[in-house]
Design a protein around this ligand. Structure first.
Ligand code: PEP
Ligand code: MN
Length: 359
């Protein structure tokens, strides 16, 4: 993908801050939609969001008003001048979104997982000048996310962007949807011109963590934020726990620190260079140490081969990881990080020993 005009659109907007998309999880009533939009007009918000068709995990919950709510969204633009965005999940939704002249169309996480659904949307939106934002799939699969964006791009849709809303995991974590930041970073590395928006609301699943997730996103050079906002969050018809008021949204956007691309002052530049040199030396040590470790691993492999002993020794591995977790904690390294690193090292070690066995 060579270009996405959404990034030039963002440049032309000349915003003093990242793009802010805000509004309720669901369009509940005409009054609710308009009241929130008017309150957001007084904040840094540029785009008003509201779910019109709501993908609910279990049946029996509010599933959105559908087409009935589209005139309310049109009224938001008319009365406040805010741009508007809604979620579409099938060709009929897409057709209606275009008919009602919604400015930005977003594709939800539950749709991105399904190549049939994405292709249906790509065909329905073929050649549109509208901005289309693709949320990551619910599962941590970069290829599905890339594939969705590629299908839309192939259908001649040039104004593309991506929304990071975290990934669901069976294991309970402090997030509703784990951010796994490496995945959007990998996406950006594949499509450097693709703007990235972060949705801290669906990542956190509760209000408290929203500021911190926004700050991480900005530190990682995300281009915008999509934040669920309601004048009465506790009584929202969907996602009540994670919505914030327009007033709180404004506090958050004012308190966020927007990092510059480069350090400008000469002194700071020098300091940074010195620290980076230190990092380069440390990284080199890390590789040398890992290589030394593999030499020992291969020697162990040789002994195992001669003694006809299996490569994988589970009790030994459990001992290693237990000790490393303790050491990690003493050294302020998270258990998650230690586990990941040592699993990778262990995997590589097994590979080296297999080579010895096969030689
Ligand atoms: C939403 O933005 O309201 C929504 C349904 O999000 P997701 O597709 O990320 O679950
Ligand atoms: Mn929601």
């Amino acid at each position: 993908m060579t270009n996405t005009n959404f990034s030039s659109w963002l440049d032309d907007m000349n915003l003093a801050h990242p793009l802010v998309i805000a509004g309720p999880c669901s369009a509940e009533t005409e009054e609710q939609v308009l009241k929130i939009a008017h309150q957001l007009k007084e904040t840094d918000t540029t785009v008003f969001r509201a779910g019109v068709w709501k993908p609910r995990t279990r049946p029996g919950n509010f599933e959105g008003h559908g087409v009935r709510a589209l005139p309310w969204i049109a009224k938001v633009k008319e009365e406040t001048g805010l741009l508007t965005t809604i979620e579409v999940a099938n060709a009929e939704h897409a057709k209606l979104a275009l008919e009602f002249d919604v400015d930005i169309i977003w594709i939800g996480a539950r749709t991105t997982v399904n190549p049939f659904a994405i292709q249906e949307l790509a065909d329905a939106l073929r050649g549109t000048e509208k901005i289309v934002l693709v949320k990551n799939p619910v599962n941590p699969d970069l290829a599905l996310w890339l594939g969705g964006i590629e299908r839309l791009h192939k259908a001649g849709i040039k104004n593309l962007g991506a929304i990071h809303r975290g990934f669901s995991s069976y294991k309970k974590t402090k997030f509703r949807n784990n951010p796994q930041w490496q995945i959007p970073i990998d996406l950006k590395n594949r499509f450097p011109s693709l703007p990235l928006i972060c949705d801290p609301s669906h990542i956190c699943g509760e209000r408290e963590g929203i500021f911190d997730v926004c700050q991480v996103a900005l530190d990682l050079k995300f281009d915008g934020l999509m934040i669920e906002t309601h004048y009465d969050p506790d009584n929202a018809w969907s996602d009540a726990k994670q919505q914030i008021t327009p007033q709180r949204l404004q506090e958050i956007t004012e308190d966020l620190r927007v990092r510059k691309d480069r350090v400008e002052e000469k002194d700071a530049q020098k300091k940074l260079q010195k620290l980076r040199d230190e990092i380069n030396i440390l990284d080199k040590h890390l590789i040398e140490l890992l290589s030394e470790r593999m030499d020992v691993v291969e020697k162990i492999g040789q002994v195992k081969k001669e003694g006809n002993v299996a490569i994988l020794q589970r009790t030994r591995w459990r001992e290693v990881i237990k000790k490393m977790l303790e050491l990690g904690e003493e050294n302020d390294l998270s258990a998650d990080f230690i586990e990941k690193i040592f699993k990778a090292i262990h995997q590589e070690s097994i590979q080296h020993q297999e080579n010895i066995f096969n030689s």
